[in-house]
Write a protein that binds this ligand. Structure first.
Ligand code: ATP
Ligand code: MG
Length: 558
């Protein structure tokens, strides 16, 4: 993959460029640090493109490090899925996959170091009490009655916490910094909590687990990370991040830089909420094509290129904002416009009998796989006496300028002849059951004599067409900011029409499709053969995106 998609300038790039030019930094080392408590989503893609992109651009390295300090919520299955997603996006981490849990021994040694320096203590306050003692933004906190324990007692208690002698919540190890600090994060933050939980990497070894804050910066330092790029909510944690680096004998001195997280309208990007959608079976798993997860987008038909392009379009800043989902649709649409082969697929089949052809009439037309891509070759379109057209391409009483089929009106069948509708056949209930039309055989590749036929519609031979299950996906939420309102459950905003299944008929070559192949179904949209369900002779396509480009239109209007 070319570097272009991840090398657009941004404030972090500029800053690093300057550091390299002035010799402050030699080799750039970044990391992507997911917690394995869910699948990656489009917001993570922004962070991945940024971190791996920086490493690519400056010929440094980017580590993949699982931030696995909370065994209760983490799982091996998430680790596997996250690795697969990062690779699928086209990035490769430097060396082996890393885990914060690889550093548990070192972190424990550093905790002892802090105790010995008089900078950490074991506290018996409950979590609830700690919160009360912590104070507020306007009021200083007050010291815990256990704050002045002796070094010996602290060392003994920590050792016993580690051995599992205490119940969860009974004690915690805290840094001894400043209970009156203006920044609440510096008011004696918790370093270790007791948790009698087995860990997916370290098994039963530990009964205590380090906090995120006590883990992250030190893990960065151990790995020689030069730039620890994270989202803005960690800005207030930076003084603490630096306090640990200053007060511990760490092997290197990483720097934390914050950027604004990605928010997308009509979308939730919180792992907790996405997990709820999965657990409540509102969606068909983490990779449901309506999910903003990388794996859901993949199943929907997004390409790695389109996601990287999108991340490039939105840029990296420190200003919080909401990105219009049409930008994402635009990114995939323009990729597929150039790279997806064309096919005809009739969504709402209406039978057309071409009465002036023999029962046995068979002709095969050829059409380009892609109008601008000779490398995609030609496709074969068998043409027979009975064909399917889309019911929406016919109106019994057409308005003016309806350039499709209507009684007595002519239309061109794409890549084939002009036909005229002679008769509308209805069933007993008065519903249209088929149309009888005649073909003008003198219109192949040329206009009919003396008349202009404006409309072109798609079609499929009734004899040779193949049944296709089409899953039309739309936004999962029907409001722009589904989780904005604290008083309203975001599930209230689910779009009841986010999935509509239709039984379509496609051109015969579609039968050969492999899962995860995308097509433009002409005049309809872009569709991708489902990874899981399009197999064993069953054709299942997911609508990735329609043809209409809301984003490009808006840009033009300016
Ligand atoms: P969530 O809020 O969805 O649970 P998280 O921040 O807890 O996400 P992590 O696994 O800790 O998830 O995230 C790994 C990295 O991805 C972090 O560096 C985090 O800052 C970044 N990240 C998470 N969400 C976004 C987002 N919406 N935009 C940009 N970066 C993000
Ligand atoms: Mg996080």
């Amino acid at each position: 993959m070319s570097l272009d998609s991840t090398s657009a300038p941004n404030f972090i790039r500029n800053q690093i460029r300057e550091e390299i030019d002035t010799g402050r930094v030699d080799t750039v080392v970044t990391r992507f640090p997911p917690e394995p408590n869910g699948y990656l989503h489009i917001g993570h893609a922004k962070s991945i493109c940024l971190n791996f992109g920086l490493a690519e651009q400056f010929e440094g390295q980017c580590n993949l490090r699982f931030d696995d300090t909370n065994p209760a919520k983490e799982e091996q299955a998430y680790i596997d899925a996250i690795k697969e997603d990062v690779e699928w996006l086209g990035f490769m981490w430097a060396g082996k996959v890393r885990f914060a849990s690889d550093y548990f021994d070192q972190l424990y040694a550093w905790a002892i170091h802090l105790i010995k320096e008089g900078k950490a203590y074991v506290d018996d306050l409950s979590a609830e009490e700690m919160r009360e003692y912590r104070g507020t933004l306007t009021e200083p906190g007050k010291p815990s009655p256990y704050r002045e324990r002796s070094i010996e007692e602290n060392l003994d208690l920590l050792e016993r916490m580690k051995r599992g002698e205490f119940a969860e919540g009974e004690k915690a190890l805290r840094a001894k910094i400043d209970m009156a600090a203006a920044n609440i994060n510096l008011r004696d933050p918790v370093l270790y909590r007791i948790r009698h939980a087995a860990h997916h990497q370290s098994g039963d070894k530990w009964k205590i687990y380090p906090s995120y804050d006590f883990t992250h910066g030190q893990s960065d330092a151990i790995e020689g990370v030069t730039h620890s790029v994270c989202t803005l909510e960690f800005e207030d944690h930076r003084p603490l991040y630096e306090w640990f680096l200053s007060n511990l004998p760490v092997p290197s001195r990483p720097r934390q830089i914050e950027f604004a997280r990605l928010n997308l309208n009509y979308t939730v990007t919180s792992k907790r909420k996405l997990k709820l959608l999965v657990d409540k079976h509102i969606v068909d798993g983490w990779d449901d094509p309506r999910m903003p997860t990388i794996s859901g987008m993949r199943r929907r038909g997004y390409t790695p290129t389109s996601i990287r392009k999108f991340c490039d379009m939105i840029g990296v800043t420190r200003a919080d904002g909401v990105v219009d989902i049409n930008m994402l649709y635009h990114a995939i649409r323009s990729d597929l416009e150039d790279n997806a082969p064309r096919a005809m697929c009739v969504m709402k089949p209406l039978k057309v009998v071409l009465t002036n052809l023999d029962e046995a009439h068979e002709e095969v037309f050829e059409a380009p796989g892609h109008p601008a891509r000779e490398d995609m070759g030609m496709r074969k379109l068998p043409f027979t006496r009975e064909i399917w057209i889309d019911a929406d391409d016919f109106l019994e009483e057409p308005p003016k300028k309806f350039f499709r089929l209507a009684p007595g009106q002519e239309v061109r069948l794409r890549n084939a002849y002009v036909i005229r509708c002679d008769e509308v056949i209805k069933d007993d209930a008065g519903n249209i059951s088929e149309l009888h039309c005649s073909v003008d055989l003198d219109t192949l590749g040329k206009n009919p004599e003396g008349r202009k036929v404006k409309g072109v519609i798609h079609w499929v031979s009734a004899k040779h067409g193949v049944p296709v299950e089409v899953r039309n996906y739309d936004n999962l939420f029907q409001v722009e900011a589904p989780d904005k309102d604290r008083d309203v459950d975001f599930l209230e905003h689910l779009n009841p029409e986010s999935l509509q299944v239709v039984h379509a008929v496609g051109e015969p070559d579609l039968a050969k499709v492999k899962p995860e192949t995308s097509f433009q179904f002409e005049r309809v949209g872009y569709f991708c053969a489902d990874r899981h369900d399009c197999r064993d002779g069953k054709l299942v396509f997911n609508r990735t995106v329609s043809l209409k480009d809301g984003w490009a239109k808006m840009q033009k209007k300016g």
